[in-house]
Design a protein. Structure first.
Length: 163
């Protein structure tokens, strides 16, 4: 009776010592670190390599593949999950940007102030809501002149003088 208790305790210690030398546990920990790093590093890429590491861990639990096969499973599953899931996850959770109509309400028709003089076809600088923006115009603009925002394309405003 006492021998079986000692054997169980000894077996548990051996199991805990060997758990970090097993392929599946190493892949699991690599995946966990990569997924946790995603919270620190922007870009939504590391999480997919974490998924790939977890796929390699599952493969190690089931099949006992060679190191080359483990690396192949890691790379293929990482790239596949990145290609298939990144756009959908980014669209659903990260790109919660405002709709086009809301942006028009926020910018179009508002007043900005010219920081520099610029002519038609040139790119000038304007201040809008305390932020400096690049701007183009349909009429010549003088420094300090008040401008009406008539449109935008990406991060460049289209303006025209108020008077």
């Amino acid at each position: 009776m006492q021998k079986s208790v000692i054997f169980r305790r000894h077996f548990k210690l051996i199991a805990l010592e060997n758990i970090f030398t097993q392929d599946y546990s190493i892949w699991f920990l690599i995946g966990l670190v990569l997924i946790l790093l995603e919270f620190v590093v922007p870009g939504l890429v590391l999480v997919f390599f974490g998924i790939g590491a977890w796929a390699a861990a599952i493969a190690c639990l089931i099949f006992e593949p060679s190191l080359n096969t483990q690396l192949f499973i890691f790379l293929i599953s990482s790239i596949a999950s990145l290609a298939l899931l990144r756009r959908a996850i980014k669209k659903r959770y990260i790109d919660k940007s405002t709709s086009e109509g809301e942006l028009e309400d926020e910018y179009i028709g508002q007043t900005a102030i010219a920081i520099s003089s610029f002519d038609v076809g040139q790119i000038g600088k304007v201040s809008f809501k305390g932020v400096n923006w690049e701007a183009t115009t349909t009429k010549s603009v003088l420094e300090g002149q008040q401008l009406k925002i008539t449109g935008y394309k990406s991060i460049r405003l289209t303006v025209e003088p108020l008077n």
